[in-house]
Design a protein around this ligand. Sequence first.
Ligand code: UN1
Length: 504
Amino acid sequence: MRDVLARLGLAAVNPGAYAGAPIVGGYAGRIESLNPADDSVLGAVELATVDQYESVVREATRAFGEWRMLPAPKRGEIVRQMGEALRARKDDLGALVSLEVGKIRAEGLGEVQESIDIADFAVGLSRQLYGLTMHSERASHRMYEQWHPLGAIGVITAFNFPNAVWAWNAMLAAVCGDTVIWKPSLKAPLTAIATHKVCEEVLAKHGWSGVFGLIIGGDKDVGETMIHDHRLPLISATGSTRMGKRIGAVVAERLGRSLLELGGNNAILVEPDADMDIAVRGILFGAVGTAGQRCTTTRRLFLNRKISGELVPKLVKAWTQCRIGDPLAEGTLVGPLIDAGAVEGFESAVATAIAQGGEVLVGGKRVEGPGNFVQPTIIRATPQMPICREETFAPILYVFEYDTLEQAIAWQNDVPQGLSSSIFTDSFRSAETFLSAKGSDCGIANVNIGTSGAEIGGAFGGEKETGGGRESGSDAWKAYMRRQTNTLNWGRDLPLAQGISFDV
Ligand code: UN1
């Protein structure tokens, strides 16, 4: 473990502010990063002050002045090298993700792979930041639009994807010509520092400083200062709906832009004609993967009454076979929750579900001993139970029975969140109904795969209380740029649009 930390340039105590290089002195306190599997201390971080935030912003706005004028494909070349640097450090960074947030090894590595993939995507994008041309209604006129960089942007990330979610934002922002100030979760500061260092090394090699800044500080001082800051035209934030409502309101008040990726309450529907083997595997990965701590985790399962008697025992069996334990050990499928508070949240959700009429079919208990382990849990429930409308960041799956597809779709949509959803069916008609305008109301709707593990090539995000933002693939890059419409007159007259004449 110490080797991994040392190879990634982490010390026992690390600065919490980086404007390219670390800023030293004058901290606001110290936090420890704990390994959630055994509560051991991985390292400490000196929390940044508002003054240090000020230095980071000044450096990011200064760097923006130059970075925006570097041709986009040249920015892409630097991002390409960041992708290469992440590839070279993938094993160590993946292990650090496992150590700091408890992901099993495959998922820690998978997360870093997402960062590498988005870097590759961004490199291609750096030659494809296309605008449209339009036909002008005026003779000898040309109209087109172009996309310009926005500025220094703020990126706030959650503990559960401590590496990839920053990369989704930062790699796109960098090729778009923006500079980035990253405020990571205080529950995963070491992964943020290590990730920053890997990319910063590449920038420094090319003589750039301040393109990426990092600020590890408290929400009340540094966070509030950041979201109120007029110098940051965009705040992209991933986290709880409660946090997103605060950020959305503050940024809207100053007419800034926000890109919000908040809570999910994702459902899978299983039709009677589904392939039951892939359904079980899809449900298992969706509900139990990352110990239920993805925003895309499957939290609700709607089973057609005709097949629930067959499927539920298969699920219970699969759940009992899940090996819980050291995330870095071979064969482990379920690592720990992030901290003791998350275990309490799990226990309280299970108790509430029981009080509201739910029946625990498997799991339901914390695992005694060191670390924050809980049993993956299935609870038979009804869609009317209030707890089923909430996102609990833990491996709890609520199971419901339905009679018609229309009823199941209505129930799946009847929650405040709208991130991800799936149907398992071999019926073309059922699949298309689920994907149609009267089907799933989520930002992501899948057929015969689970709710989590989205590829970076698609736009990622959701509706309603999930916040409406879209990150990573497709045309999500447009959120990081400003559109300018240009009309050029190459004639000798000055015709006005709409046929207006205004001659003296
Ligand atoms: C998140 O949990 O915030 O689709 C992101 C997935 C991952 C990303 C999840 N690619 O599960």
